[in-house]
Design a protein around this ligand. Structure first.
Ligand SMILES: *Cc1c(COP(=O)(O)O)cnc(C)c1O
Length: 358
């Protein structure tokens, strides 16, 4: 490394390894929780018609007024609440953590969504990940409460359903955490479309609760739009550090169009949930696997000891890309995570799996 990098960048940055996204060219892509479906021709044409009206020579509406109002309306949020828009919920996580005082503590679970820790580390914050219970992947409530009492975390992230485990944490345990927390609690509902469970209706009960959503897993990962809903006074502070034009004009128009045609996604979501049941049942037929119940659009399963890497590699050689969780270690040692795809993709995955285990 050159002397320049050492002189210029913070140690937290130097020790970081880049977030690695494998190339997926030519693969059956079941690694990133994307919705596999495209839009029908007619919908695509209507969408392109709305894009034609976008003034790409002008800066976008910095408040994204139309989109924000639509999101508030669809989520039944009245004037007491406001919404912060982010370039993906990743950016919202970054904004939240950037706003904290130096040396703040941040709390989440292990395993959980990797960005909570990654961004906390970059910003030099004190991140704590409390291990989930090993058998159920549910919250270890007493361990969480202990950390809350000891460190008074400014922010607690709880993914509901959790990634990479796919389960919903116990609702009462979450409520206790919100009540005991002196900071903000972010319920990350990235997989809400597949879960039929949400804390959005509890915003009125707790002034320190915020609910984060994204359109990525719903079927619009390429547009990059996440949002955070909560009490007006909290969102107003965060809006001050948001870059004014973080949501581009094409994303604003496209998400608005998509949400006005939400029935398309409802059908796709239903199909994905049906395929989740199918895939889960098929995976359970492999005696080697422990298959965990999922409320998201992916399934986590555990292989025999030290077998995950080999299975992952064989699938890859068969052009099937899933996510190998084994390198993360801890509770997800020996685990693989597969995103629910189209029926034909799931069949290809299952066939390759049979080959890998024969
Ligand atoms: C995928 C994911 C996100 C990130 O969503 P983007 O809006 O695409 O940035 C956030 N939280 C969880 C739990 C996720 O799995």
């Amino acid at each position: 490394m050159s002397t320049h990098t050492h002189a210029v960048f913070r140690p937290e940055v130097l020790t970081l390894s880049a977030y690695h996204v494998p190339s997926a060219n030519g693969f059956v892509k079941l690694d990133a929780m994307e919705n596999p479906y495209e839009w029908d021709e007619k919908t695509q044409t209507q969408w392109l018609e709305t894009l034609k009206k976008c003034a790409i020579n002008r800066y976008p509406d910095p408040q994204a007024h139309a989109l924000t109002e639509l999101l508030k309306h669809q989520n039944h949020l009245n004037q007491e609440y406001a919404i912060l828009l982010g370039n993906g919920s990743d950016e919202i996580i970054q904004l939240l953590l950037m706003a904290l005082t130096p040396n703040s503590h941040v709390l989440s679970t292990t395993p959980s969504f990797v960005m909570y820790k990654q961004i906390s580390d970059v910003l030099g914050l004190n991140y704590h990940g409390v291990f989930l219970n090993s058998d159920t992947f549910d919250l270890n409530l007493s361990a969480m409460l202990e950390k809350i009492e000891k460190f008074h975390p400014k922010i607690i992230f709880l993914a509901y359903p959790n990634n990479p485990t796919g389960n919903l944490f116990d609702e009462n345990a979450i409520k206790t955490i919100i009540e005991k927390s002196t900071g903000l609690v972010i319920i990350d509902e990235a997989y809400e479309p597949f879960a039929n469970a949400s804390f959005m209706s509890h915003l009125a009960d707790y002034s320190n609760l915020l609910v984060m959503r994204t359109v990525s897993k719903l079927g619009l990962a390429g547009l990059r739009l996440g949002y955070l809903a909560g009490k007006r006074d909290i969102i107003e502070q965060l809006n001050k550090i948001r870059l004014p034009y973080n949501i581009n004009v094409l994303t604003q128009a496209s998400v608005q169009f998509a949400l006005e045609n939400k029935a398309i996604f409802d059908l796709q979501t239903q199909e994905i949930c049906n395929q989740r049941t199918f895939l889960s049942n098929e995976l359970k037929k492999f005696s080697e696997f422990t298959v965990y119940e999922s409320y998201a659009n992916f399934i986590l399963f555990k292989t025999a000891e030290n077998h995950a890497n080999q299975i992952f590699d064989i699938l890859k050689s068969e052009n099937i890309l899933i996510k190998n969780m084994h390198p993360q270690g801890g509770l997800v040692s020996d685990c693989l995570r597969v995103t629910v795809g189209k029926p034909e993709e799931n069949e290809l995955f299952l066939n390759a799996l049979k080959k890998a285990l024969s």
